[in-house]
Design a protein around this ligand. Sequence first.
Ligand code: G1P
Length: 296
Amino acid sequence: MAKKKVSKAVFPAAGLGTRFLPATKASPKEMLPIVDKPMIQYAVEEAQACKINEYIVITGKSKRAIEDHFDIAWELEENLKSKGKQVILDEIQQLSQHQFAYIRQGLPLGLGHAILCAKPFVKDEPFAVILSDDIIDPDDNLLKDMIKIHNKHQATVLALQKVPMSEIHRYGVIAGKEVGKNLFRISDMVEKPKQSAAPSDMAIIGRYILTPDIFTILEKTPPGKGGEIQLTDAIKTMLKKKPVYGFLFEGNRYDGGDKVGYLQATVELALKNPGVKEQFKKYLVSRMPSIIEKEK
Ligand code: G1P
């Protein structure tokens, strides 16, 4: 059978964003800005950098702003044109150049169920899943490296990161054997285990390359942790039949679903943003001594 390229990405975005209330009462968590771009735009740009050109967003209530963000904004574009603001106009127009599909996940039945909603669009191809609240430094090549591994092994590939054991209960956690540099053949997985039950300190982070047989498995996966259909449980079923790999990421990732992680991402990405970095650095340097002094 001819090998199929990874050309589609699924962005689950139906969550309620309760950790960011009240900011997320009427606006999607995925639209919270990091410096000057919403979180989901970083995720889409990551897919674009891998030549993925079809985007499937799984949405829910109060998520229409995501559709508007990636749509043509005729009035705004005319306005920018008339004022000669070409640079920002180009940037805005770039956002609506790609093919997006939106699927509503009516009920909060879990990440596994959200992925299953994408089945009619993904069909019989390998695809990427990007959780936009896991922010990967745009200078890192995580997704590109994962696609390379997928192309070589024609298998499902998960992104992993070592996390402190005190935080392990927030993640899917794997057990596995290192079979290459930072490459693990996974032998077991547990969704959000207690520290004492975690098989390692290697957490799954929000990037997956999945083979399409995941859909038939998801259809038969019963609710797991938290009464939700868990992607982790479905991949665990898959690995009993065929190899599943984990790629240990050593670059920078920020947990944009957590307030402190979100603030860290903001600081770090501001320090890379040509428009603000010099001024912002000066501010931080001038503020630091008094913060350190107060902490003593
Ligand atoms: C999801 C997955 C979990 C994974 C995490 C990464 O959990 O279920 O296995 O470790 O994403 O961010 P969530 O954070 O959506 O609860």
